[in-house]
Ligand binder design. Structure first.
Ligand SMILES: [Zn+2]
Length: 120
């Protein structure tokens, strides 16, 4: 295998810290106050900022829904690095393209298996 797992381990550990921090921040923010926040910004007549605030909150919600899942996938990927199987599809055993790992370091499936898993 020609993959530099050290590089991906660093990326995974960085991402893990980032997701954990975002998750902790979300928990502190008491989700559900979106309406209040948008109203406040709108009253300042900054419509562009309203859009930005809404978009940012939507991303946060998505992250909140997915963060636990991402954390467990990152942990799995770190375990695969230790086990020496990192970069191989856990379903079919084929090498996962390096570009895919660089875009998504915790990917455990090659693109074909991923598509199959998603039913598309
Ligand atoms: Zn596969």
């Amino acid at each position: 295998m020609s993959i530099d797992t050290g590089q991906f381990r660093d990326a995974l550990i960085d991402e893990r810290a980032r997701v954990e921090h975002a998750l902790a921040t979300l928990r502190d923010e008491h989700p559900g106050s979106l309406d209040d926040e948008v109203e406040e910004v709108a009253n300042d007549n900054h419509l562009a900022e309203t859009a930005t605030a809404t978009l940012g909150r939507e991303i946060d919600y998505t992250l909140g829904d997915n963060a636990e899942q991402v954390l467990s996938e990152i942990d799995d990927a770190l375990q695969r690095i230790d086990a020496g199987t990192y970069g191989t599809c856990v379903s079919c055993g084929q090498q996962i393209p390096r570009e895919r790992l660089e875009a998504n370091p915790w990917a455990s499936l090659c693109i074909d298996c991923k598509r199959r898993a998603e039913g598309g």
